[in-house]
Design a protein around this ligand. Sequence first.
Ligand SMILES: Nc1ncnc2c1ncn2[C@@H]1O[C@H](COP(=O)(O)OP(=O)(O)O)[C@@H](O)[C@H]1O
Ligand SMILES: [Mg+2]
Length: 233
Amino acid sequence: MPSVFAVANPKGGSGKTTVAIILAGEFAKHGYAAVIVDADPQGSSYQWHASSVARGLSPAGVDLVRAPDEGALVQALERLGGYDVIVIDTPGYYGGVLVQSALRADLVVLPCKVHTFDASQVVRTIRNLEQHAAAAQLPMSQHRVLFNEYDSLDRNTRPLREVVAYLDAERVQVCSNALYRRVTFRTMTSGFGTLYQMPDKDESVRKARYNADQVVRELLAASQPASDDETAA
Ligand SMILES: Nc1ncnc2c1ncn2[C@@H]1O[C@H](COP(=O)(O)OP(=O)(O)O)[C@@H](O)[C@H]1O
Ligand SMILES: [Mg+2]
């Protein structure tokens, strides 16, 4: 059974496509067969894949399947059982595709900027997904907020403290590693394959890889079922 990661936030521009591409690229780097299911009719991850291929930088170890509606998504997930990892890139609005992606995921990753507007929308999304899960008599999937477009200047600032306190009060789990704002991530998603197809000698690429590695390790750990010890704690 593949591990399924759904990258979700009904707010456009929060970094879903960027995070989906980074996740798939990291798994591929470690030798896993990865596929991105582009469930956003806007097709941004499809565009990344196609323009990388056109440039001769076919994303190494990452396949791409389009599933622009709920029916196509469910069918795609049934067909993709041979992969090790499925990453679902979801649309920038709340609907059936987002709900199905979240219900079927081992981990829902919610990229979020460090601002209360963004954080409150993420909390609303989680509450809605919890209601959908309860209505379907399914457990709510594991989920983590991932701060995106983070800047080292954000550290010890009031917006960060407020957002962290708010998410904590709402009992929402936040990744301890954030994804930094980096031009390399923008360049990669413009159609330059994965981070590992970008030049090794470029220091900013090495920093981006380090950041991606830390984030994906934490997300991978969060996707694993809790051990008995943790459940008891
Ligand atoms: N960590 C990041 N560093 C730099 N640019 C980013 C980062 N995350 C997102 N972006 C940029 O922000 C914009 C929106 O990101 P995208 O991943 O397309 O969001 P979504 O899929 O949620 O709409 C894009 O131009 C993307 O390049
Ligand atoms: Mg997108």
